[in-house]
Design a protein around this ligand. Structure first.
Ligand code: PMP
Length: 362
């Protein structure tokens, strides 16, 4: 009898067996400010309306026509000609995988600034592509000369620029982005997951350069549980990458919920406004705490350097506040914690827990 362990070691990828999957922290009973979710639900009357809409969705049919309606709607919101400029993903995580798969030619390189969103590197490695990470400056800006030198040397098939970046919450300099786009031989993807909270975006860049793609998600907008990411670009390139999409990857329920959310975009814009105001409040409060350095944020998170990240994280967790300790992700993030902006009440609880955890250090 062959043991299961033998079967796995013979037939499953050894590199995958040796790696860690994407970690999700347990959060039951906690103030959950660790994953950049929008902390607000829709008001009760809109939830009831959405419930009625979902009750009428034809669950017996494969998703098709409503996906086309959603693509057309998203194109309109992004000021693009039509739905053929949009590809839907089950979250932008799926789009990162599919774009990497599309670039899976032996010898191809994927490049991104670091620290950055971990899935660019993970997807590249899973696909057997070489990943080149270019360190940012110490204050988390793009190192223009280093980026351009790396692009010249490695001729990347894909360049990822998260705009704003995760976990640093920074926006990159427009001139440096422009130089990167001009120097890049392959595709440049502007990942605008945090666009609802940012002061600048890439719609104009998208119009000016045919090798630029824009990736957005409805997750941070307020639909993290619904899983809708989308890629915006020229028909020709979107059609090519779309061939790799699993058929019917977006559930009819997700699609209907996303359409409903777009119809109520004003409500989400109002929530984003509260989140931006709370971000300012948190950043000011963090600056006033001794020994803390918060970095400027253009997203719904604040990166802060503390005297001892592991102990402060543990102290906050003991007080039922869950944030993310990102200090192990990259040397530039030494002693850095990432705090998602929550509701005003959650933020007050977070600040109290942080203050108490800092007092524990003395
Ligand atoms: N891009 C960035 C920069 C992110 O931070 C995240 C998630 N935190 C994603 C993409 C993936 O988002 P989703 O799959 O929920 O669309």
């Amino acid at each position: 009898m062959t043991s299961l362990a033998d079967r796995m070691s013979r037939f499953l990828r050894a590199d995958v067996q040796g790696m860690h999957g994407y970690a999700v922290q347990p959060s039951a009973g906690m103030v959950k400010v660790d994953t950049m979710e929008n902390p607000f639900q829709l008001p009760q009357h809109l939830r009831a309306e959405l419930g009625a809409r979902l009750a009428d969705v034809a669950l017996n049919r494969y998703p098709a026509e409503r996906g086309d309606v959603l693509r057309a709607e998203l194109a309109r919101h992004a000021q693009m000609p039509d739905g053929n400029n949009i590809m839907l993903g089950n979250g932008s995580d799926e789009l990162i995988s599919l774009l990497t798969l599309a670039a899976d030619v032996p010898g191809n390189v994927v490049l991104a600034p670091l620290p950055g969103f971990v899935m660019y590197e993970m997807s590249a490695k899973l696909q057997g592509l070489k990943f080149v990470g270019v360190p940012t400056t110490a204050d988390f800006q793009l190192d223009g000369p280093a980026m351009l030198a790396a692009i010249r040397e490695h001729q990347p098939a894909l360049v990822w620029l998260a705009f704003p970046n995760n976990p640093t919450a920074s926006l990159w300099d427009d001139d440096v982005i422009e130089a990167i786009i001009e120097a890049s031989p392959g595709l440049v993807v502007m990942d605008e997951a945090y666009q609802p909270f940012a002061s600048r975006d890439s719609l104009d860049r998208l119009k000016r350069h045919d090798h630029v793609l824009l990736m957005r998600t409805m997750s941070k907008f307020g639909l993290a549980g619904v899983r809708i990411g989308y890629l915006i670009g020229r028909n020709a390139v979107i059609a090519e990458i779309d061939k790799l999409r699993p058929p019917f990857n977006i559930s009819v329920l997700n699609c209907e919920a996303a359409l409903f959310a777009l119809e109520h975009a004003d409500e989400y814009a109002h929530q984003a406004e509260i989140i931006r105001a709370e971000r300012t409040r948190i950043t000011t409060a963090l600056s006033a705490l001794p020994g803390l350095t918060p970095f400027p944020s253009e997203a719904n998170m604040v990166l802060v350097r503390v005297p001892d990240a592991a102990r402060v994280f543990a102290g906050m967790k003991a007080r039922k506040v869950l944030i993310k300790n990102v200090s192990g992700l990259h040397p530039l993030l030494a002693n850095c914690l990432r705090i998602t902006v929550g509701t005003p009440e959650e933020n007050t609880q977070m600040l109290a827990a942080l203050t108490a955890a800092l007092n524990d250090l003395n």
